[in-house]
Ligand binder design. Structure first.
Ligand SMILES: O=C(O)c1ccccc1NCC(=O)[C@H](O)[C@H](O)COP(=O)(O)O
Length: 213
């Protein structure tokens, strides 16, 4: 089971996470209003980290995305706003990087609107709808994913905490397209600072329960 730890920023915290947990991806928030926003000063140390780094963008200009790819040494672009399929296509082709397209879930999921994104997204990511776009700490109704109609792998996100390991196991057993989880505020000491021990325990738990992924 793949693990993305989002909202990383502080040098010691990033190093500790990489040494002790080795997540598949480390998310860096490129959206200035977020309390987890990482700016130019953070790029100086984040660019040196030997990890797959996901830049999380909200309706961002392609020029700024390309600059951030250089400044932070990104491996992956996460599009967390209302980016169209055409914009997603352009960002994918201009950067040549892995792309996660996010769909924010409120009461229901419109599967049809996702079809256009299939060729330009390496993973879909489902997060809880919030006016702040992400990092809400709230879960959506995961049962909605039982109707997931595509082969495209996806990551589950939104309000995941240490007590969700068993529930995640149940979900992934019936949904092989669920490739992993994205965790954030449920494992924080304060915005942008993670409790690495807690993440390590959670990873062990989902890995033992999900040996096949
Ligand atoms: O984390 C943020 O502050 C954030 C702000 C704006 C857009 C996206 C943001 N986070 C992106 C993520 O991938 C988070 O992991 C995801 O929203 C889940 O967060 P949480 O509900 O805190 O687990």
């Amino acid at each position: 089971m793949k693990l993305k730890v989002c909202g990383m920023r502080q040098p010691d915290n990033c190093q500790e996470l990489l040494q002790k947990v080795q997540p598949d991806w480390m998310g860096i928030i490129m959206y200035p209003p977020s309390p987890r926003y990482a700016g130019a000063a953070d790029a100086r140390h984040l660019r040196l980290l030997d990890a797959k780094k996901v830049g999380v963008f909200v309706n961002e200009d392609i020029g700024k995305i390309s600059q951030a790819v250089e400044d932070f040494g990104l491996s992956t672009i996460q599009l967390h706003g209302k980016e169209t399929a055409e914009e997603t296509k352009r960002i994918k082709s201009e950067t040549g990087l892995e792309v996660f397209k996010v769909f924010s879930v409120a009461e229901h999921i419109d599967w049809l609107q996702m079809e256009d994104y299939l060729p330009f997204s390496d993973y879909f990511l489902f997060d809880t709808f919030t006016k702040a776009h992400g990092g809400s700490g709230k879960s959506f109704n995961w049962k909605l994913l039982e109707e997931y109609p595509f082969d495209k792998p996806f990551l589950l996100s939104g309000g995941i905490g240490p007590l969700h390991a068993a529930k995640i196991k149940e979900l992934t057993a019936s949904l092989p397209q669920m490739a992993g989880v994205d965790i954030n505020s449920g494992f924080e000491v304060s915005p942008g600072l993670k409790d690495v021990s807690m993440i390590g325990e959670f990873k062990n738990e989902i890995d033992t329960q999900l040996k096949s992924k």
